[in-house]
Ligand binder design. Structure first.
Ligand SMILES: [Zn+2]
Length: 420
């Protein structure tokens, strides 16, 4: 495939170059060449009116929860989980999670996300939806023992079984992750065994971390130390560590995260909506970005997340230099890839990388005038991308999803409403 005469290419390379009027040649599942006047006999795509960016990476999702959009909007995290979410999640089944995930993926693709990092139930069905759609993902079956020692081994066995099932798919776009739920629901032993599993299979650990003050207080009371200090003591930071939220972190915890090159996923909209607090993103060297679930956001549009993410940091620190458009765009592209350990493959538009690319119409009102493309992408653009390419294949063309019928999925989702 040849993307001919791209109006702008936001490369996200070392120099953060933005190229103008260049071609991108895609061959053998890789970006083969970027330059002028490249030629190719078969598929040539006119990109004269396109801005090409790396596909965005959403590092914290619960894909199946899209079916609960708008069900409860005004409760804090604990009440929201206990009264609204967990009772309803008991009613979930395989079919619901499959269609819920397809619905989620539809939303992500249509807003420029090409990879996501998920933590949920019925992982096999999430994998099935991901395979159908062509999206790239890391999937983990959520683990918790609620401090009941008789449940720990059972959970780890379940986790390992899920990993094997995903690996058996032999689909390079669908990869497993280890996802202990949080320190509020997992015993030390379960956390240690999760770490061992992550090491055995060389996989990322993805866990909720310091989302509320209550979590921190509870950890100090039960385990005599703060959450991140506990995870460090249990050796979790020696893995590819991804902590979702990281709101209530003290100076020492921030220092340990930075020293260990451990990633925090900044979820600004969800954190603000649940009134949990603001992540000290400015001070974190290894920062990626996520949406959390639709039930607490209420969408998965990373463009919206990026803008709000910058604005919240500026408010928190009362400082315009607290966060820049470039830094948040990095967190949604190259940093997300680094967090997941796939920075050699995705996150940049560069020769040798996999072609996970998003195309946006240059004549879109929000991209003009074009003093700064990055500024327009972060502060102005609404996320309505025109085309999405994953692994060198179109999965969205002219805003139409190619691998499944979104209308049918929306109808299916609506039919589940009475269940809740
Ligand atoms: Zn979450």
């Amino acid at each position: 495939m040849l993307l001919k005469n791209c109006r702008f290419i936001v490369t996200q390379n070392e120099k953060r170059e933005i190229l103008e009027n260049k071609d991108i040649l895609i061959e053998n599942g890789k970006i083969e060449e970027i330059g002028k006047n490249l030629s190719k006999k078969d598929e040539v795509v006119d990109c004269n009116n396109k801005v090409v960016i790396p596909g965005l990476i959403n590092c914290h999702t619960h894909a199946g929860m899209n079916v609960l959009r708008g069900i409860s909007d005004d409760k804090n995290l604990q009440e929201w989980l206990n009264e609204e979410i967990w009772p309803r999640e008991k009613k979930l089944n395989r079919e619901l999670v499959y269609y819920g995930t397809l619905f989620t993926i539809g939303e992500m693709l249509l807003t420029g996300t090409t990879s996501f990092n998920d933590m949920y139930f019925y992982t096999e069905n999430i994998a099935r939806a991901a395979k159908k759609s062509g999206i790239r993902c890391f999937l983990g079956s959520v683990l918790f023992d609620f401090f009941d020692p008789s449940k720990t081994d059972e959970e780890i066995k379940k986790g390992e079984k899920e990993i094997k099932k995903i690996l058996e798919l032999k689909n390079k776009r669908i990869m497993p992750a280890i996802t202990p739920h949080s320190i509020e629901t997992c015993s030390d032993n379960l956390l240690i065994k999760s770490r061992e599993l992550a090491k055995k299979y060389n996989l990322p650990i993805h866990i909720h971390l310091s989302e509320t003050e209550k979590e921190v207080r509870g950890c100090i009371k039960r385990r005599k130390r703060r959450p991140l200090i506990l995870l460090d003591k249990l050796g979790l930071l020696k893995t590819k560590f991804i902590g979702a939220h990281g709101i209530h972190l003290d100076k020492k915890e921030i220092e340990i995260l930075n020293k260990n090159k451990s990633f925090i996923v900044y979820n600004p909209c969800s954190n603000a909506k649940l009134a949990s607090g603001i992540c000290p993103a400015k001070e974190l060297k290894y920062l990626c970005i996520g949406t959390d679930s639709v039930a607490s956001n209420n969408n998965l549009n990373l463009f919206e997340e990026m803008k709000f993410g910058v604005l919240l940091q500026r408010l928190k620190y009362k400082d315009v230099s607290a966060m820049s458009a470039q830094r948040i765009f990095d967190s949604a592209t190259i940093n997300g890839a680094m967090a997941l350990g796939v920075e050699e493959e995705v996150g940049r538009v560069e020769v040798g990388k996999k072609p996970d690319l998003v195309l946006i119409n240059k004549d879109n009102i929000f991209l003009n005038p074009d003093y700064s493309i990055i500024s327009n992408l972060v502060y102005s653009f609404n996320g309505a991308v025109s085309d999405v390419i994953i692994d060198g294949k179109f999965v969205v063309k002219n805003r139409k999803i190619l691998n499944f019928e979104l209308k049918g999925v929306i109808e299916k989702i609506s039919s589940f409403k009475e269940l809740f």
